[in-house]
Design a protein around this ligand. Structure first.
Ligand code: COA
Ligand code: AMP
Length: 668
């Protein structure tokens, strides 16, 4: 494929002085970013409003192994909410739709224009300021998909506070872990979220999390939703008093009505905008820290060049504000671009049917849909011939973007044939903040390839390394995907409170590179194929989970002697977590009885988001002679893959019952 980008074909001199935004082919843009990064990114920074415009782009600390990744635009100052809101209003676009909210759970629909959203943000920023929140203070946001989630995030940005949004599907103890790490003084929440099977009452969860935490929280601001029973007064009456410090539970609407609007404060480009927790290989989540300036510039670039979204467009990103996709492509990216963004509370199916996404596209004239492969697989399962699609006018739709997990080629083909717009797989992580590899449709649509996540985006220089860090240059060579340092603007600047963990998690394995934790290969045309994780992170319905944290929960059960949790292939969710446990001597337990208790324990301690349902009780777990559990072998047996038995296995007969159980499972 001759028109695939090839960095080597264009020299730095040819490109460095050209105007970057949307000029020339993608190959030229890519080369410009690679060979003249300072020049390239300073040009991109011109599309952002600064208090003080940066004169330098690239991080001072370049490729040295360090405990942070260096700061982009380090002499610039700005405010993120000004870039997301004020500047569009100032440009006379205050009446344009900014935030479209649609709840399939309540039937409520609403549109906030840029001017209206700005007004709400200014007021809520005033509320937070009144509560003593200032620059660098942390605010934890635990909200469902309601407009207040976006208002709260932008209000934090306005006053220079650092928000940390926690997904509503996490349980109290997971919330407590995040409170203890980020030490927020304020929690912003609602009386609850609405799931198809039940209402999720948030107040007891927040209350319990505060009780489990070490006591940084002073105020809880609650958005009262009429559909939920929660009564703020119950908590306001001292139910959460801890030691000498009382936690005040306050009503959002009352505070907002009385608040004095707050002006935007000037922050440095490298000041953190947010902390977002994500699963690592251990039980404790990693607090990914995102800066302000680099992120603003990167998202501005991504919106127009990757998604082709400008200020006249509407994007519907079907994710949750609790995930990075929500941060970058429900909230900040679309608003920086001046576009309209759809905030959807509901599922792709069952609320009420598999036509929901098409209805939203019709109602709001959506140009770009962004979702997870799981959502398409769910729609395919319900409506394989896409009859629902024909019921709606989806002619506004230009493209569908998918990420979060591997897109299987069957689903890709089905979607391409049925939806009849480009179906674009792209790959990135919470850490990178925006796509590492994609198809830059906004500037030049490259041919798509089944199974590939596209080509590297500017500033991302991924390489395939063997386990010793040697560069595997030949196409097709499978290995660890690592990205040359420095990472481009928008990528994480560190892990909250833990520079050592940042270095050990990402920088030490391959000096000079950021280790993605993913494995894959390039083809002859420079397209990357991401094949899976190299660590113990699994991906359930696009949600990243640590098997280590699931194992920690299972091993807390008094009857469990040993356990292994692994990600098995799942037709719908890509992977599902499955637990294999052995029972302590002297305890006789039925498999079903123990399974019920373990499933309940995971739900209680991690949350329903783990979707943990599979438990198998075994006599013994297969191990190497040095005692390492052979998780990969178990996975191969149950996924029906070719089983590679390591020569170091302690006792091969331990595998027999596993083979038999896997056969029974498949026959079921
Ligand atoms: N708050 C509380 N609970 C939540 C929740 C939230 N925000 N989101 C999910 N849950 C719960 C669900 O209610 C469910 O609980 P249950 O066991 O009591 O039924 C559990 O977590 C698992 O939920 P989910 O992953 O949504 O599975 P599902 O079987 O209910 O639905 C799909 C299947 C495919 C429809 C759903 O997984 C889906 O919409 N996937 C797309 C995910 C996505 O967009 N990911 C993007 C990440 S970038
Ligand atoms: P998260 O940080 O939750 O966004 O998860 C990031 C991880 O999801 C990546 O490291 C990959 O393992 C996986 N992932 C994301 N997008 C893709 C994709 N398009 N193809 C394959 N895996 C993906």
């Amino acid at each position: 494929m001759s028109d695939a980008p090839s960095v080597e074909r264009v020299s730095a001199r040819e490109t460095a002085s050209r105007t970057p935004q949307q000029s020339g082919s993608f190959a030229e843009i890519q080369a410009h970013a690679t060979y003249a990064p300072d020049n390239f990114w300073l040009h991109q920074a011109e599309h952002i409003d600064w208090f003080t415009a940066p004169k330098r782009a690239t991080p001072v600390q370049a490729t040295e192994l360090g405990t942070d990744q260096g700061s982009w635009f380090s002499d610039g100052t700005l405010n993120m909410s000004v870039n997301a809101l004020d500047r569009h209003v100032a440009a006379g676009r205050g009446d344009r739709p900014a935030l479209i909210s649609d709840s399939a759970m309540t039937g409520e629909q609403g549109v906030l224009s840029y001017a209206q959203l700005l007004e709400r943000v200014r007021r809520f920023a005033g509320v937070l300021r009144e509560l003593g929140v200032g620059v660098g203070d942390r605010v934890l946001i635990y909200l469902p998909m309601i407009p207040e989630a976006v208002v709260a995030m932008l209000a934090c940005a306005r006053i220079g506070a650092i928000h940390s949004v926690v997904f509503g599907g996490f349980a109290a103890s997971e919330l407590a872990v995040r409170i203890n790490d980020a030490m927020p003084s304020v929690i912003v929440t609602a009386t609850g979220g609405l799931e198809p099977s039940r209402a999720v009452e948030y107040l007891p969860i927040v209350n319990q999390a505060i009780a489990l935490s070490t006591g940084s929280v002073r105020h809880v601001v609650v958005q009262d939703r009429p559909q939920l029973d929660g009564d703020i007064a119950e908590y306001a009456n001292g139910a959460t008093s801890r030691g000498s410090v009382d936690v005040a539970w306050l009503d959002w609407d009352e505070l907002e009505a009385a608040a004095l609007p707050a002006d935007a404060v000037e922050v440095r480009a490298q000041d953190p905008l947010y902390i977002l927790y994500t699963s690592g290989t251990t039980g404790s989540p990693k607090g990914v820290v995102r800066d302000t300036g680099g992120y603003a510039v990167a998202l501005q670039w991504a919106m127009s060049h990757i998604y082709g979204v400008e200020n006249q467009h509407t994007i519907f990103t079907a994710s949750d504000v609790g995930w990075v996709v929500g941060h970058s492509f429900i909230v900040y990216g679309p608003l920086i671009a001046g576009a309209a963004t759809v905030l959807y509370e509901g599922k792709p199916i069952g609320t009420p049917d598999a036509g929901t996404f098409w209805r939203l596209i019709q109602d709001y004239k959506v140009d770009v849909l962004y979702t997870a492969p799981t959502a398409l697989r769910a729609i395919r399962r319900e409506d394989p011939t896409l009859d629902e699609l024909d019921k709606y006018d989806t002619s506004s739709l230009q493209a569908v973007y998918l990420a979060g997990e591997r897109l299987d080629t069957e689903t890709w083909r089905w979607a391409n044939d049925g939806i009849r717009v480009p179906i674009i797989d792209h790959w990135w992580q919470t850490e990178t903040g925006w796509p590492i590899c994609a198809n830059p449709r906004g500037v030049q649509q490259l041919p798509s390839k089944a199974g590939s996540t596209g080509v590297p985006m500017p500033g991302f220089i991924p390489r395939i390394l063997d386990r010793d860090g040697n560069n595997l240059t030949e196409p097709g060579a499978e290995g660890n995907i690592a990205i040359q340092l420095p990472l481009p603007p928008g990528a994480l600047i560190g892990l909250w409170g833990s520079p050592e963990r940042f270095a050990s998690s990402y920088l030490e394995e391959f000096p000079g590179y950021y280790a993605t934790g993913d494995a894959g290969h390039f083809d002859d045309d420079g397209y990357l194929f991401v094949m899976g994780r190299t660590d113990d992170v699994i991906n359930v319905a696009g949600h990243r989970l640590s098997t280590g944290s699931l194992e920690e929960v299972l091993s807390r059960h008094p009857d469990v002697a040993e356990c292994a949790v692994l990600g098995l292939h799942d037709e719908l969710k890509g992977q599902r977590a499955a637990g294999f446990v052995t029972v302590k001597h002297g305890r006789s337990r039925t498999e079903s009885g123990l399974a019920i208790e373990l499933v309940a324990l995971v739900r209680e301690l991690i949350g329903p988001v783990a979707a943990f349902r599979d438990v198998m009780v075994v006599e013994r777990l297969p191990k190497t002679r040095s005692g390492k559990i052979l998780r990969k072998t178990i996975r191969q047996i149950f996924d029906g893959d070719e089983v590679r038995i390591p020569p170091t296995i302690e006792d091969i007969t331990v595998l027999d019952p596993l083979f038999a159980a896997a056969k029974r499972t498949r026959e079921r």
